[in-house]
Design a protein around this ligand. Structure first.
Ligand code: N2P
Length: 375
């Protein structure tokens, strides 16, 4: 048994022991007069007990629900789940005062924003001994060096999923931005309901930096997004892959792992990063600053559990995203690690860019996105 699993079990045993212990007998009357020295001792800090129930605020279909059952068996702690569809939705909800979440899963650039705004708790690494399982490059990510606030959860790419029984692999973002109205599948495409992702696609198509702060370039990207609208059936970040698998749509702007999950329902679902490039992202599990000490301890125990080699492998096998956990990768094996849709080969990796925080300009992206959607 790994030392870290032992750690989680020990905490669980202590919890059960505390819960089952008989109430302490009343203290016997002191036979001796009290020692004056004893009165000078500072009172011991009360031990924090983990909350018995926590809520994880996550992207949809991003975790094997079995993991909750296993964690409950081990620790007695219930993990409930609520979902968001974009970083901006999650951020707005927390900024609007939503509390009660013990865990959230922001992407890289959003972690940077949340650290800057003081919205995250620092992690107590003593409660997360499994951090040693992370791959070296995920222990020092630029937006959170040393995993002070967050632990990388999964990573992946953004490109185009399609029904290979109906169309050839789209080689360019033109498939979405300049669709041929004369094809029978015109209008059967979705784009992500996500300001930074959708602008990243349009900016990449135009050959611009996806983190541009040049208003003229952003206006141009907005025009591209608006012109594409008649060829779309909608904006969708939660069911885009299912709509391709069911045959309702033939193409969707979306995330690699979701299309691989949909392949289980329809083997013709495929995924490609267009030749102009796409987005690469790292999602992270973090604790919002509003979490109580009890919720925070339970949340750290859950993060530590996710970092178990077997659990990390279980997570990736469920959602088909790449793992930041080197110990989990050893279990995942060659076929998984060699899948070019999950682990992009160097020639694809070099065409990918990270979304970065753009400071004050974040609100311009949001305003232009609102204009795209309402046009
Ligand atoms: C999983 C969504 C992946 C999150 N359904 C993209 N950051």
């Amino acid at each position: 048994m790994s030392r870290s699993l032992l750690f989680v079990m020990l905490v669980a045993v202590v919890l059960v022991a505390v819960a089952c212990a008989p109430p302490p007998a009343p203290a016997p009357a002191p036979a001796q007069p009290e020692q004056p020295a004893a009165a000078e001792q500072p009172p011991a800090a009360p031990e924090v007990q983990p909350a018995s129930e926590i809520v994880l605020y996550n992207w949809s279909e991003y975790i094997d629900p079995e993991i909750y059952t296993q964690f409950k068996e081990l620790t007695g702690i219930d993990v409930l789940e609520d979902n968001f569809s974009s970083n901006e939705e999650m951020l707005a909800k927390l900024q609007g005062g939503a509390s009660g979440y013990a865990l959230i899963v922001p992407s890289d650039y959003t972690v940077a924003i949340m650290i800057e705004e003081g919205m995250l708790h620092k992690l107590d690494h003593d409660n997360i001994p499994n951090l040693v399982n992370l791959s070296e490059r995920f222990r020092n990510v630029p937006y959170d060096p040393g995993n002070v606030y967050c632990v990388p959860y999964q990573w992946g790419t953004t490109g185009i999923g399609y029904d290979s029984a109906v169309i050839d692999a789209p080689t360019s973002w033109a498939a979405i931005f300049e669709p041929d109205p004369n094809t029978p599948w015109y209008g059967r495409t979705t784009m992500l309901d996500d300001p930074r992702e959708s602008f990243a696609a349009a900016l990449t198509y135009l050959g611009y930096d996806i983190n541009t702060t040049d208003e003229k370039q952003l206006q141009e990207a907005k025009e591209v997004l608006i012109r594409a609208k008649p060829g779309l059936s909608g904006y969708d970040s939660d069911t885009f892959e299912d709509l391709v698998a069911s045959g309702e749509n033939v193409m969707a702007h979306g995330w690699n792992g979701d299309f691989l999950v949909a392949q289980e329902d329809n083997e013709n679902v495929a995924y490609v990063v267009p030749e102009e490039g796409g987005v690469v992202w790292v999602d992270n599990i973090c604790i919002p600053a509003t979490a109580t000490p009890e919720q925070k301890l339970a949340a750290e125990m859950f993060i530590n559990y996710l970092l178990e080699p077997e659990v990390g492998a279980q997570l990736s096998e469920y959602n088909y995203y790449a793992s930041p956990n080197a110990a989990a990768e050893e279990i995942l094996g060659e076929e998984f690690l060699g899948d070019p849709t999950i682990y992009p080969p160097p020639e694809v990796l070099e065409k990918l860019q990270y979304i970065e925080p753009v400071g004050e300009m974040e609100s311009l992206y949001q305003r232009l996105w609102d204009e795209v959607k309402s046009s």
